[in-house]
Ligand binder design. Structure first.
Ligand code: MOS
Length: 734
């Protein structure tokens, strides 16, 4: 019944991706295109006193220079700038709106020219004078002024008291710095001026309809006047959830010039958009000598801009995951003179679980207990915050299969007790957790009598493999070969989809395809039953399935009518159905994905150089749609987790309030030479509750837990606990 779901299907867009046929937002060829270069502020806070554009305008080939002084009209109220996933509180950023500077690198002018070289040269001639105001970009200098957010989850019992009286106590502070997404594709928009005021916008985004609504709000346009497309996205990881400022600049310029415009940010300018908020965390764990947890306290400070309050539920993972009689959380927000922080793969869990799972390792050391054994003693079959049972949770099996594949039982517990020549060997582990979210979505299926189907939905494929899994699910739902399925997505004119984020699209769109597929099946049965002497006469819709190009009775596979015959008999050559699917959360179960990560590091004793030589990630995430793309998702998450543990850190010169390593030479990420053996295991997990197909999503679980597993392995190798990321060799030797 399901020949494609669950198989290792290669990406249907793979050939287009590797040959370059798949175009990104900045690559569409357009006639008479004006190319823009963004001028960025050099101060972090203050006002633009004057802006001098004459020198730039003198350059041959320059068409215009736009600034807050001469831009076309744009909305003057916050509501217009609130996109679907904007923070609840605050006043969204308005590019080129006025003279106010709120972060270094803020766009202050846009130079438009016949080509990029001319535009960027002319941009270097734009001179701004500023009235500077004092700025603050260092979270440690702001921590005492951070303000408290409402507690994200209800506390349980009196955790402070339980911690104070615990037999064994561990308390420590952990730090994760600001990190930037650095997707391969630059932030870009190509706006096609269609002549009659209508716009077609190719944009790098995780949500075409979000961008469309946003542009309509800012420029007072009708939905029919703006079509936003993102057929391919070269990575985004959260950076494209909210509309990026270059799309506003591109539309602003197109309206000013009545001409098509392209704006592509430089790699350096990509650091002037959102980032993973830095996080100072304090964890307290109180336990009995047998490893029973009695208290969990988790305090966090994260950062945002001066103008919007971005945050997630950073601390709640701690109380959710493990059985503990008491738990308490506190979360404060520090406003800095930076752009607003934003979601970045596994937002809140990547950082929060890093602290929790590091602390659990430290508690295991204090208890003289194997770290895996401690997790098993605290294992919970319920979400400890809500008290709800999980729709499914096969974390136990992740621990078992992961430990076995890794050889965990051969670990010698004492730090510095394992060696390989000049290198100290360390083995560490951690748990990962993420949500299994789902969102309302609409899918259209158009089936033609020759047995081809087009599946349409305005969702995105940010590189995760959405095209491919949609093709697989549709092929199974319609009983057609993969080659007969065409998927259209990334176009705001298609049936509605929220942004692709939160690991929610695979589950949502797959179940959406099945819902609409059922409607197609019903229509086919109706047509089949109109045929004289129909073998399916009297059969109910639920009693037939589509397979091998036929409508087939489930209980008697001899009773069939071919799709082609059914349609031709009624003179129908196309069936089109569109259905919306929503997922009622009836509040009876918690929906989560889980993982167990085992890491081996080798540390050069003299130099402190750390190599992550082996990682085993065992994941329980419901039904796996495609073992090949799923493997890639988790492997990518593991590699990124290595970056969080060892490499990534946005460095700010607090004197200037400016990011110093705004490039991928000095902002370190793992390269091929850093990545060794990664084994991904998908643990069988059937879930009949979460949604009809039992899918939970995989985009984010792969990164969560990895930083702690590596940090714990480094402690085991060296006996040194580094609690501020990234763990660089200076911290190890210092
Ligand atoms: Mo994801 S950080 O919701 O793109």
């Amino acid at each position: 019944m399901t020949p494609y779901i669950g198989t290792a299907t290669s990406r249907v867009d793979g050939r287009d991706k590797v040959t370059g046929a798949a175009k990104y937002a900045g690559e569409f060829k357009v006639q008479n295109l004006a190319i823009a270069s963004v001028v960025s502020s050099t101060i972090a806070k203050g006002r633009i006193a004057s802006i001098e554009i004459d020198e730039a305008m003198k350059v041959s080939g320059v068409i215009a220079v736009l600034s807050h002084k001469n831009r076309p009209a744009m909305a003057d109220n916050d509501e217009a700038y609130k996109d679907d996933v904007a923070p609840e509180k605050g006043s969204p950023f308005r590019p080129l709106y006025d003279d106010k500077i709120m972060f270094s690198g803020q766009p202050i002018a846009l130079v438009l020219a016949d080509d990029f070289e001319i535009a960027s040269f002319a941009a270097s001639l734009v001179r701004a004078e500023y009235e500077e105001e004092p700025h603050l970009t260092d979270v440690y200098r702001k921590r005492d002024d951070a303000f408290a957010l409402e507690s994200p989850a209800k506390p349980r019992g009196d955790a402070t008291k339980a911690l104070a009286t615990a037999e064994i106590r561990h308390e420590a502070e952990y730090y994760v710095p600001i990190e930037h997404h650095n997707p391969m594709e630059l932030y870009a928009s190509t706006v096609i001026w269609d002549g009659d005021g209508k716009l077609t916008v190719y944009d790098k985004t995780q949500g075409v309809q979000n961008v469309q609504r946003y542009l309509c709000g800012i420029f007072d346009l009708k939905p029919d006047d703006v079509r936003v497309m993102s057929p391919f996205v070269g990575g985004a990881f959260g950076s494209g959830l909210r509309p990026q400022y270059q799309v506003v600049l591109a539309v602003l310029a197109a309206r000013a010039l009545k001409r098509s415009v392209r704006v592509v940010l430089t790699r350096q300018q990509m650091y002037s958009l959102g980032y993973r908020p830095a996080m100072i965390q304090r964890i307290g764990l109180g336990a009995r000598t047998d490893g029973t947890l009695d208290a969990i306290t988790h305090d966090a400070i994260t950062v945002t801009s001066q103008y919007e309050d971005f945050h997630r539920h950073e601390t709640t993972w701690s109380g959710l995951l493990y059985k503990s009689a008491t738990a308490a959380y506190a979360h404060k927000l520090a406003r800095l003179d930076l752009a607003t922080s934003c979601d970045m793969r596994g937002p809140s869990a990547t950082t929060g679980v890093y602290a929790l799972e590091s602390a659990m390792d430290e508690l295991a050391v204090a208890l003289k207990l194997d770290p895996l054994e401690l997790r098993l003693r605290c294992y919970s079959d319920r979400d400890q915050n809500s008290g709800l049972p999980f729709s499914s949770k096969n974390l136990r099996e992740c621990y078992r299969q992961g430990a076995e594949a890794f050889g965990w039982h051969k670990r010698s517990p004492a730090p510095r007790s394992m060696r390989d020549g000049d290198e100290l060997v360390g083995w560490g582990m951690a748990t990962g957790i993420w949500e299994a979210l789902q969102v309302p979505i609409t899918v259209r299926i158009a089936l033609t009598a020759n047995g081809h189907a087009e599946i349409s939905c305005a969702t995105s494929d940010i590189g995760t493999g959405t095209y491919t899994i949609m093709t697989q699910v549709a092929a199974d739902a319609l009983g057609l070969p993969l080659e007969n399925i065409d998927v259209r997505l990334g176009d705001s004119t298609l049936p509605q989809s929220p942004v692709e984020g939160g690991s929610w699209i695979a589950a949502s769109v797959s179940n959406g395809i099945v819902t609409t597929g059922d409607a197609v099946r019903d229509e086919l049965l109706r047509l089949a039953q109109k045929m004289p002497n129909s073998p399916l006469a009297g059969t109910q819709p639920g009693d037939v399935t589509l397979a091998g190009g036929m409508v087939v009775a489930k209980k008697d596979s001899g009773k069939t009518v071919s799709i082609a015959d059914a349609m031709r008999h009624s003179g129908v050559d196309r069936i089109e159905q569109e259905r919306s699917t929503s997922f009622e959360h009836d509040g009876s179960h918690a929906h989560n994905t889980h993982s167990a990560i085992f890491a081996e590091v080798k540390v050069d004793e003299q130099l402190g150089v750390i190599r992550v030589t082996r990682i085993v990630s065992a994941v329980a995430a419901g039904r796996i749609l495609n073992t090949k793309t799923a493997h890639s998702q988790v492997m990518g998450g593991v590699v990124w987790g290595m970056g969080v543990a060892l490499h990534e850190e946005t460095l700010i010169d607090h004197h200037f309030g400016r990011i110093m390593n705004a490039n991928i030479a000095e902002y370190h990420v793992p390269v091929n030479a850093d990545v060794h053996d990664i084994q991904v295991i998908f643990v069988d997990e059937q879930d009949d509750i979460v949604n009809p197909l039992g899918i939970k999503g995989l985009g984010e679980i792969g990164i969560v837990g990895v930083p702690a597993a590596i940090a714990n392995a480094i402690y085991h190798a060296t006996g040194k606990r580094v609690r501020d990321l990234p763990i660089t060799l200076d911290k190890l030797l210092g």
